[in-house]
Write a new protein. Structure first.
Length: 69
């Protein structure tokens, strides 16, 4: 998962998967969900992110530990 903030457009894109999106649905004003060919969620785009979210802090909790090969 990748978080990308674009200051020039004040948008936050949360990239959930490396697969391309083929469909986008706006679920509320300025919040768009991207889906792949199988209908799986692959990304979240939030416009005017600094007005909708507190971007000053990122907290992660209880992430699964993935052993590397």
């Amino acid at each position: 998962m990748k978080l990308n903030y674009y200051r020039d457009t004040d948008s936050l894109y949360i990239d959930l998967a490396a697969r391309p999106s083929v469909e986008t649905r706006e679920v509320s004003e300025g919040v768009l969900l991207d889906y792949d060919e199988q209908g799986n969620l692959v990304g979240i785009d939030i416009d005017n992110a600094s007005h909708k979210l507190d971007l000053s802090e990122l907290v992660t909790s209880q992430l699964p530990l993935i052993a590397s090969a």
